[in-house]
Design a protein around this ligand. Sequence first.
Ligand code: ARG
Length: 271
Amino acid sequence: MSVKSRRSLLFVSGALLAVAAVAVPVVAGTAAADPASANQPRIVGGEKASLSDHPYAVYLTDAGGNQFCGAVIVSSTAVATAAHCAKAVAKQDIRVVAGREDKRTTDGQVLSVSKVWVGQGYSDPTKGTDIAVLTVRGQFDQRPAKLPDSGDAGLYAKGTQATVLGWGRIADGGARSDYLRSAEVPLVSDTECKTDYSVYDQRTMVCAGYAEGGVDACQGDSGGPLVVGDTLIGIVSFGDGCAKANKPGVYTRVSTYSDDIKAQAKPRLLG
Ligand code: ARG
């Protein structure tokens, strides 16, 4: 390897480490340490998706316009996202970008955040409760996703095909997609996910993916929606690498937090 490409590799992994320090939870230590896996795509094995099918899919940027996470509209004034996303950037620097399929355009809305609610007891994605609600200044033009009834277990039957949405790189070498992408992934049983991840907690998490891997969310998709139809069942939370065999994506189990999300999402007349 030439000195130059070594240098740029170092530079790239340094930059990724800086991002990883805020956006990537502990289990992903491997992804940050290994430049090859850092080049993995974000939504793996998916395809270009349309906001006309999923208008509630939004992304978060910092004040400089850099996308760092996904999120999902849950009312005219609020989005749900991962707690680790909400904590990655100071409240006054978070922007919610809605109605923009292609990051290179100025389509849709860019709203700032007036309030951040983080799930009670949250400390780290691998310990569960990786959920947050951001209240925006202004109102969304797009319709919200539906929330499950609290504790609705029926939605989480093993094998149910769900759709995960996010903005990010495409496979190999980091050719980055500016478009919203989606992938279909089957829900994994609690027993199976517990064997895949010792930290798995069925009350606060749900897993989705194929045993053979190949299709998954990845770094940068965190906070984004996992839906069945228009119902939000999961929030991208963590995984061991991306799209690896027997390492499904781990999502926040939204039904456990439906009541909290609804309470936070109520449009407020004051403030
Ligand atoms: N923690 C990652 C993020 O901050 C999301 C990882 C999801 N990984 C997975 N294999 N599904 O973007």
